[in-house]
Design a binder for this molecule. Structure first.
Ligand code: FE2
Length: 229
């Protein structure tokens, strides 16, 4: 992705998020110069990969296959072993009309996906087989806002504004919006985007970036280049 496109997506996302009555924390707006002035007090942001996260899944067409995310809070994966520190995470995402996040599941993370307004969020569902394929035989049983519902393999769940679903581990999901750009929340167990995403087809979780202009704000994958502690 071009850095100029990422900067533009950030500007546009910021407007949309505010329009929907949601607000990002102060560090979202730190400039490159602000980052250069930060010391170890900003460690939590870097170590837990908080902040801006914009991806085209390495497929080169953000509007067709892409996702805007901002990680608001998170802990480290090892917290599960020690039972210390943060064991939960929260993200805010924007899903465009027809913009697909490719089919994937998580080995460790259980996540609630919440439609926070805009259009509808459509989620296609499969269980994963023990060898990581799409299970075409067994129904998927999920809690949709506390109500147990059963889906056929490949069935599409529609979440209208305000609705949410709890996706357990090993539940394949692919999603997109219809009827307009949609603000989507994620409340989950600790999030580890380095090693807890199993995509059905091989895609990249983070984009490669053509640095054609300076970053407006740092992506969560930029910290190691710009911030030394
Ligand atoms: Fe997911």
């Amino acid at each position: 992705m071009k850095r100029s496109d990422i900067n533009e997506i950030m500007r546009s996302a910021d407007v949309f998020i505010r329009q929907r009555g949601f607000f990002l924390p102060p560090f979202a707006y730190w400039s490159l110069d602000d980052w250069r002035d930060k010391g170890s007090e900003a460690r939590d942001i870097i170590e837990n990969q908080l902040g801006w996260d914009i991806t085209d899944f390495g497929l080169g067409d953000f509007n067709r296959h892409g996702l805007f995310l901002f990680t608001l809070r998170n802990g480290r994966p090892e917290n599960w072993e020690t039972r210390k520190g943060k064991l939960y995470a929260e993200k805010i995402m924007i899903v465009g009309d027809g913009q697909v996040t490719p089919m994937h599941f998580h080995w460790s993370k259980m996540e609630d996906i919440i439609n926070r307004g805009g259009g509808n969020l459509l989620i296609q569902l499969y269980n994963a087989t023990p060898d990581g394929q799409l299970d075409e035989e067994h129904e998927i049983v999920l809690s949709v806002d506390g109500v147990t519902r059963t889906f056929k393999p490949g069935e599409i769940l529609k979440l209208t504004p305000g609705e949410s679903v709890c996706l357990p581990q090993y539940c394949y999901h692919q999603f997109w919006a219809e009827g307009g750009r949609t603000l989507v929340g994620e409340v989950s167990m600790v999030n580890d985007d380095q090693s807890d995403n199993r995509f059905y087809l091989e895609v990249g979780r983070f984009p490669s970036i053509d640095e054609n202009e300076p970053p407006l704000h740092l992506l969560c994958t930029d910290y190691e280049r710009y911030y030394k502690f």
